[in-house]
Design a protein around this ligand. Structure first.
Ligand code: GLU
Length: 307
């Protein structure tokens, strides 16, 4: 099956966890995965995993991440989708947008974008549209100067509202987002939208650092004639300094904890307590006892252990 999943005989919708295989998952990532699994289970959706390996790949990391998720009981209900096998699908989506006059070449360097985006009236983080209306001659000049273009979306809105199950209505910036990077790699926003639809994902549970991407993704889905999923952005895990949890914060991966003599259930129990369900030691316990209103709305200060 490609984009429908069976649980108990019925074809269901799906939720997902979509890690980038750039290293071992830490407690914050694992907590988001547990939450994605729980939201899917409790809404009778299938739970899927997608490896977002278009960028930042570390050898062997995907296998280790899947093993860690399985050790916590987070087995997917269908095959793991790997983005590097989906280049044709991203090309097709870009071709669809091109046919609708929605794509243009952008020759800006990162530096030029940063400078323009910090201009007084630029919406925060938005591409200012520098290359939107280049003439053929101007494009040729840039090519001759050795610049390789990225492809950008010609957006006709500047904001878009989305609804988030935990956070309510959120209106955020939509700009001429990158569809294909200068190095030819399909952009994150495009790949996510294309793949969520392909996998039948209609519930996106992820860290709230990605909330600001959801208006862009919802807008892009609409242009491609794809459904907009339900969004659930969950609070991030932070380290002791208040910065996003990271490896330097101590023993924060499952393997670190196993090496220190803890069991996978101990780690699950710590995650369970952090989402408002102390005493649960397995995802099975959580499926029965956890409810979304138990989830603290503040970031979680994860406790690292000395390595
Ligand atoms: N691959 C992204 C990450 O690991 C998550 C993408 C998503 O959930 O939409 O940050």
């Amino acid at each position: 099956m490609t984009n429908a999943h069976r649980r108990g005989g019925a074809v269901t919708a799906a939720g997902r966890f979509a890690p980038s295989p750039s290293g071992d998952l830490h407690l914050g990532n694992l907590r988001t995965a547990v939450l994605a699994w729980l939201f899917a289970r409790q809404s009778d959706r299938a739970f899927l995993i997608r490896m977002e390996d278009l960028d930042r790949v570390r050898e062997g990391s995907a296998e280790r991440q899947l093993a860690d998720l399985a050790a916590l009981g987070l087995d997917p209900d269908g095959p793991v989708l790997t983005q590097s096998s989906r280049r044709d699908a991203y090309d097709d989506a870009i071709a669809t947008l091109q046919a609708a006059g929605r794509v243009y070449e952008c020759f800006c360097t990162r530096r030029e974008i940063q400078q323009a985006a910090s201009a007084p009236h630029a919406p925060q983080g938005a591409y200012p549209g520098t290359c939107r209306n280049l003439t053929d001659t101007e494009r040729d000049e840039r090519r001759r100067a050795g610049r390789r273009p990225a492809l950008r979306l010609r957006a006709d809105v500047t904001t878009r509202a989305v609804h988030d199950v935990l956070l309510g209505d959120h209106t955020g910036v939509v700009d001429d987002l990158v569809l294909r990077r200068t190095d030819g790699v399909p952009a994150y926003n495009l790949a996510v939208v294309v793949d969520d639809a392909f996998q039948g994902v209609d519930q996106v549970v992820r860290g709230d650092d990605l909330l600001s991407s959801s208006p862009r993704q919802a807008y892009l889905a609409g242009l491609l004639g794809l459904p907009v999923p339900e969004y659930v952005h969950v609070p991030l895990a932070l380290g002791p300094t208040g910065a996003r949890l990271a490896k330097r914060d101590g023993a924060v991966t499952l393997r670190d904890r196993l090496d220190a003599g803890e069991s996978a259930d101990d780690v699950l129990a710590e995650i369970a307590a952090s989402i408002g369900a102390p005493g649960c030691r397995t995802v099975g316990d959580l499926a029965v006892r956890w409810r979304p209103d138990l989830l603290p709305r503040e970031p979680w200060y994860a406790v690292g252990r000395d390595t």
